[in-house]
Design a protein around this ligand. Structure first.
Ligand SMILES: CC(C)(COP(=O)(O)OP(=O)(O)OC[C@H]1O[C@@H](n2cnc3c(N)ncnc32)[C@H](O)[C@@H]1OP(=O)(O)O)[C@@H](O)C(=O)NCCC(=O)NCCSC(=O)/C=C/c1ccc(O)cc1
Length: 526
């Protein structure tokens, strides 16, 4: 067993809004959030007052402890206010991809039992349709304004009393993001207030934030990576978060330059752009002190090229997953220079790890031997909502979370992730569940059978790759393009099938299970 070298941190027994904004008043007139597109600024005093008033407004509208509220928005400076207002009112927040189709959104609403939606006016059409499909929504609020909908801005004038829902941080779910786990379709990951808040405390010794930090939030707040690294962690320490709604390279570079950004938390496609794109040379990025990459594997050569071009210390990686609230490993900021290339970091405080044999899961491996990574600590999720079997498959009776990732540890305690036993595909750091695409492909009348795995494109990004068996009648007419379009019309953009191979039969075990390893061989040797 491998243990963290950091001293244990006590569990943070606070609701997440208290753990993050408990000291907001102390930071008073300091900027908490800046809109990176138009400069609109929220101070800590405003963030504190606004989220309390909106909590009162939400409670007045009927939001109660235990309700699930769906937050459906790209990054804006209103997003954190809405999140903390909802948790202060006692709700669990299920975050929704802003590019989800109405059907995908409705599935999440039904599965989570959501009663409320908070969205932005440009996304109202999708939200309304999803609410109709799901049936259980009492009201849709907007962050900005739209006729016929109550606005969070109007709630700032609420005179209702601040709600006191009596949150139990150890039991009550603060966030309910969706993740596929090691197999199958997206599931609601129950993260309690204590789990998310304690993970912040566990990360702090390795990646400390201070009031002078200026963090750029371009990765989405609706994923636990953004929610933790770009929202909760910096706001807990009085840092300033500059918010961008999407990744557009020139806007991103201009924001780093104009707001004198000191720290970046990114995913590999952004490292690629920083390393290779000519526009990078046109901006003054000298305020940057570090770049951390997570969410997907980062190529070591690419990482070096990026750091050298920007004159930065080596890019540090972090490792974790939604089910870990989300962190278990990071390259400590103080050790960026001596971390070996390709490592995803060291165990953070209060975290234990085992590496177990893939052939014999009962057997623990030592340093230098690759096996499945198991993690135990206060950040391990409570479970998947309404899916005890999936939960038991992921967390064993001794509390070890089976990550589905394969890795090894060197003699100095640095972890390397080298492979994946789970079926999940990661497109630019976004999860794509093969089972979801396979089920969709089978609804096409010309498709007899289908299987989906990850392949790599020329940029080294993993992409969804479908192996399709056409029905005899359709074989000639059904083209790759037609299938890709069929999928694209029905899923969020990141889930699109981006490569197709026609085959005669999908290799399956007697049980019917798809033999993905054979498809991978077929991919390598067509
Ligand atoms: C900023 C990225 C890296 C790149 O952006 P992009 O290149 O513009 O692409 P998008 O992903 O935004 O958009 C996907 C596609 O949708 C398209 N799109 C775009 N907006 C539109 C539109 N409004 N209409 C229609 N099409 C559109 C867009 O064009 C694009 O199409 P394509 O060009 O074909 O790829 C973006 O992919 C991104 O945010 N990725 C990160 C996802 C992420 O945060 N994942 C975290 C999961 S949790 C985790 O792993 C935890 C790790 C962790 C570990 C340890 C820790 O300590 C902490 C954390």
């Amino acid at each position: 067993m491998f243990r963290s070298e950091y001293a244990d941190v006590p569990p943070v027994e606070l609701p997440i809004h208290e753990a993050v904004l408990g000291h907001a008043a102390r930071f008073g007139e300091q900027p908490a959030l800046i809109d990176g597109t138009d400069g609109t600024t929220l101070t800590y005093a405003q963030l504190d007052r606004f989220h309390r008033r909106i909590a009162a407004g939400l409670a007045d509208a009927g939001v109660r402890k235990g309700d699930v509220l769906a937050l459906h928005s790209p990054n804006t400076i209103a997003f954190p206010t809405a999140f903390y207002a909802a948790t202060r009112a006692g709700a669990s927040v299920t975050t929704v991809h802003p590019l989800a189709t109405p059907e995908e959104f409705a599935k999440q609403l039904r599965d989570s039992g959501a009663r409320w939606i908070v969205t932005i006016s440009p996304l109202l059409g999708t939200a309304r349709r999803a609410a109709e499909l799901s049936g259980g929504i009492r009201e849709i609020f907007v962050c900005d304004s739209a006729s016929g909908h109550r606005s969070l801005i109007d709630m700032l004038a609420s005179t209702a009393p601040e709600p006191r829902p009596g949150i139990d941080p150890a039991e009550d779910v603060a966030a309910l993001p969706y993740s596929s786990g090691t197999t199958g379709i997206p599931k609601g990951v129950m993260l309690t207030h204590r789990q998310i808040a304690t993970n912040l405390a566990q990360l702090e010794p390795a990646v400390p934030a201070t009031p002078g930090d200026r963090i750029l939030a371009v990765l989405p707040f609706f994923h636990i990576y953004g929610l933790t690294a770009l929202m909760n962690a910096p706001l807990r320490k009085g840092a300033t978060v500059v918010v961008l709604p999407r990744f557009e390279l020139e806007t991103f570079l201009a924001a780093v330059q104009n707001h004198r950004i000191t720290g970046l938390y990114v995913a590999p496609p952004i490292v690629l752009a920083l390393a290779k794109h000519p526009a990078v040379a046109d901006y003054d990025l000298s305020s940057l002190k570090y770049v951390i990459s997570a969410a997907a594997p980062l190529d070591a050569h690419l990482a070096r090229a990026c750091a050298e071009r920007l004159g930065l210390p080596p890019i540090g990686q972090a490792y974790g997953m939604t089910e870990l609230s989300p962190g278990s490993h990071v390259v400590p900021l103080a050790r960026l220079h001596d971390a070996p290339a390709g490592t995803v970091g060291r165990l953070i405080a209060g975290t234990e790890m085992r590496i177990v044999s893939l052939d014999d899961p009962g057997k623990d491996l030592g340093t230098g031997e690759a096996g499945e990574i198991l993690i135990r600590g206060p950040q391990v999720m409570r479970g998947y909502l309404g899916r005890p079997d999936a939960t038991t498959a992921m967390i064993d009776t001794d509390g070890w979370l089976h990550t589905g990732d394969v890795g090894h540890v060197d003699a100095d305690g640095w972890l390397y992730v080298v492979d994946r036993v789970k079926e999940l595909i990661k497109y630019k750091g976004f999860q794509v569940a093969p089972a979801e695409l396979e089920a969709l492909l089978l609804t096409h009348p010309g498709i007899a059978d289908a299987a989906v795995i990850g392949s790599y494109n020329d940029d080294g990004n993993e992409i969804p790759h479908a192996f399709v068996v056409r029905r005899a009648e359709a074989a000639e007419e059904l083209t790759e393009n037609e299938i890709m379009l069929y999928v694209a019309e029905r899923v969020a953009p990141y889930k699109r099938v981006r490569r197709i191979t026609f085959i005669d039969t999908v290799p399956r075990a007697a049980s019917g299970k798809i033999l993905r390893r054979e498809l991978r061989d077929l991919r390598e040797h067509p």
